[in-house]
Design a protein around this ligand. Structure first.
Ligand SMILES: Nc1nc2c(ncn2[C@@H]2O[C@H](COP(=O)(O)OP(=O)(O)O)[C@@H](O)[C@H]2O)c(=O)[nH]1
Ligand SMILES: [Mg+2]
Length: 269
């Protein structure tokens, strides 16, 4: 998949070269996505100008300023940001002050928000994160580099480095979800519920997403089972700013159910 995409970008570069000779070409048609045009200008590699960072935001006024500042600092203000917001606090105002695009949505759960957010991204590389200051935006350059190496989905693995800041119950639960998914997938995955990933946008657009609390696991499992190039990279995980929006018991049960359902559906495809 990644190889095909890289080949596509090379073709565009050749068309542009022909154009420089004054011959008429379809370079404009070939470079349907402006991100592809930009990628050719930078030697076929995506830059942060090609990245949209997306998140669901639900009463995160204590954290959102720091998260968006980090995105700006790490990407030099070049990544754009989409927040799908269900807050009744100042979160959306703070997001807009930071230049983010805010899509308002009644709060209906994590996956309903994040699905809308990934589908609203308008650049060729889509990064998800939580809006709680737990995920290391410093890892964005590494994530982008892996996408440029041909990886379709880069998944931040919190569990392997220890996730000391995660509540112990959640850590054990996340280990169990990863074991369950690994057994069903037939290959070892380490963190199925991480909120921080980078996707080539085609991946999120080509697949129909059905899960809510289990969306994060679904966003890993379906691409894996369809043969996309998915890679986990270890990331540090910080203590949350503000209150969690997920009930660990009910949420955990929903995630386990989603993993089984999605694996069975993918096997039957
Ligand atoms: N818009 C919207 N965002 C949500 C909803 N539920 C959770 N979120 C956001 O999704 C992200 C993940 O939720 P979080 O509470 O961090 O879950 P945890 O990481 O499992 O503790 C956070 O940025 C939340 O603000 C919702 O119903 N609507
Ligand atoms: Mg979180």
């Amino acid at each position: 998949m990644g190889q095909l995409q890289r080949d596509g970008r090379t073709d565009v570069a050749e068309d542009d070269a022909e154009n420089a000779d004054g011959r008429t070409t379809n370079a404009g048609d070939a470079a349907v996505e402006s991100g592809m045009e930009r990628a050719t200008e930078t030697g076929g590699e995506f830059t942060f100008d090609d990245v949209t960072v997306v998140m669901g935001t639900y009463n995160e006024e204590a954290a959102i300023g720091a998260v968006l500042d980090d995105v700006d600092e790490v990407t030099d203000g070049r990544a754009n940001v989409v927040c799908v917001d269900g807050s009744d606090d100042r979160t959306p105002e703070i997001a807009r002050e930071h230049g983010a695009r805010v899509i308002e949505q009644d709060p209906q759960g994590y996956g309903v928000a994040v699905r809308e957010a990934v589908l609203a991204a308008d650049r060729p590389v889509v990064v998800t994160t939580d809006c709680d200051d737990t995920y290391p935006m410093e890892a964005l350059p590494e994530f982008l580099e892996l996408v440029n190496d041909g990886t379709d989905v880069v998944s931040g693995d919190r569990i392997t480095p220890g996730a000391d800041a995660m509540p112990a119950f959640n850590r054990q639960g996340n280990r169990a979800f990863a074991l369950l998914a690994s057994a069903l997938l037939g290959e070892r995955v380490h963190d199925t519920t991480t909120g921080m990933r980078a996707y080539r946008r085609e991946v999120v657009q080509e697949i129909t997403w059905t899960e809510n609390t289990g969306l994060s696991a679904e966003l890993l499992v379906r691409p894996l089972m369809r043969g996309y190039d998915v890679r986990e990279v270890p990331i540090e995980y910080d203590e949350r700013t503000g209150e969690t929006k997920l009930d660990p018991l009910a949420g955990g049960a929903a995630i386990a159910k989603s993993i089984v359902k999605v694996c069975l559906e993918e096997r039957r495809r």
